[in-house]
Design a protein around this ligand. Structure first.
Ligand code: SAM
Length: 235
């Protein structure tokens, strides 16, 4: 079933112009076809009642939410190439609520400011990913922050994926709790965290965790860590 983020007004539902074009030209929506339209974390079953201009009738609210009970803030050090996009795409599918890209001491490619085109692209990926996996909300992609800002302002259960913990550290699943309401997971860059960053995270209440005994690439670590916590929260 097609799924879009749009607006509900009483018994009528609308989607944005560019989504309407896609629905007609790419997805070939038909008259009377049923689709889902999400607004403000709620999802509605709707029927296409006119093609030109495209308009919908609300049939019912879908009460079975696809959002996980855990609100996961995935804070990841900016990576080279298209690995940031991979993290946002896969993290969106897994149910991440908020992505927090940050700059750490070993970040290789530094952005010029707090916002840029790459960040806009990450937001577009989050929106399209959320539509594709039929989520109720579009995960937020925050402006770039420093590692210090992230460490000091983190919310919920604070977890810090630390490569030094790989072999003997506490496994991330030891912190995965059914019904936990919010968590922040920190993932380092290709070169890992510096000892000073590790100390700063711990001083700010982060628990160092292992993602298994092998050293994962940073993007794998972000996806695996998010998968572990989010899947567990839905048990
Ligand atoms: N250069 C580092 C080294 O050789 O030890 C590895 C850094 S790793 C490629 C990038 C990030 O992924 C780490 O900072 C950490 O956040 C996470 N990571 C990778 N494997 C991990 C593991 N087994 N346990 C915990 N965190 C891991």
């Amino acid at each position: 079933m097609q799924h879009y983020f749009g607006y509900i007004k009483g018994k009528e539902a609308y989607i944005e112009e560019k989504d309407a074009l896609r629905a007609k030209q790419v997805k070939r929506i038909q008259l009377n076809e049923q689709i889902e339209i999400a607004e403000g974390e709620r999802v509605y079953l709707c029927r296409c009642r006119r093609l030109h201009p495209l308009s919908f009738e609300v049939i019912a609210e879908i009460t079975d939410t696809r959002e996980p009970p855990l609100k996961l803030n995935l804070a990841f050090a900016l990576l080279k190439g298209d690995h940031n996009e991979l993290i946002v795409l896969k993290g969106t599918e897994l149910g991440v609520t908020r992505f927090l890209p940050f700059i750490s001491a070993r970040t290789v490619v530094l952005p010029k400011g707090k916002e840029d085109n790459k960040l806009q692209r990450l937001r577009k990926i989050a929106k399209e990913g959320a539509e594709q996996c039929r989520r109720s909300l579009i995960p937020e992609v925050s402006a770039y922050a420093s590692f210090e800002e992230i460490a000091k302002n983190a919310r919920g259960l604070k977890l810090f994926a630390y490569e030094e913990e790989a072999i003997q550290g506490q496994n991330i699943l030891d912190y995965a709790i059914v019904g936990e309401s919010e968590a922040t997971l920190l993932i380092g860059p290709e070169g890992g965290f510096t000892p000073e960053e590790a100390a700063l995270a711990i001083d700010n209440g982060f628990n160092p965790v292992s993602l298994g005994k092998r050293i994962l690439r940073a993007e794998t670590a972000a996806i695996a860590g998010a998968a572990a916590l989010l899947l567990y929260s839905e048990r």
